[in-house]
Design a protein around this ligand. Structure first.
Ligand code: FES
Length: 143
């Protein structure tokens, strides 16, 4: 491979915290990798584990789910459900052979633009290390 591999990351961000944190990073002109395709959801509790599987089927090299810190969810306990679901789907995906460096969850609040940058850099770096992922690819989407 002569070109440097740039992973495609699908990021599910809760509207109230991580999406606002990413927005803050942007308005604060904090530079971070542009590998993310962001999907805004109202709460991480809305992220069905099949969304993650589907992202891989459609060509993602990595997935990030990010939302409000525990105790700060705008729907009280959506992120607690998300955290439980995420740990199960992560284990399951690892069991069937998906490198855990491709699957991430984080808590980023609306005031944590700098933390958002760190999270994105880590997620992209780990997906880059893991390399291109096409074992589950069903549909080729033009990223
Ligand atoms: Fe942000 Fe629930 S509203 S995780």
């Amino acid at each position: 491979m002569s070109e440097k591999f740039e992973p495609n990351i699908v990021a599910f961000l809760c509207n109230w915290c991580s999406y606002a944190g990413a927005d803050l990073a942007g308005t604060s002109r904090i530079q971070y990798p542009a590998n993310l395709k962001i999907i805004r959801v109202m709460c991480t509790g809305r992220v069905n584990p099949l969304f993650i599987v589907n992202a891989f089927q459609q060509g993602a090299d990595g997935v990030l789910v990010s939302g409000c810190h525990p105790g700060d969810c705008h729907y009280m306990e959506g992120n607690y459900y998300a955290r439980r679901r995420f740990s199960l789907i992560r284990e399951l995906l690892e069991y069937i052979g998906i490198d855990p460096r491709r699957i991430h969850m984080s808590w980023v609040s609306a005031s944590e633009g700098a933390k958002w940058k760190d999270v994105v850099e880590k997620v992209v770096a780990e997906a880059r290390e893991a390399g291109p992922f096409d074992q589950f690819r069903r549909n080729k989407i033009n990223w």
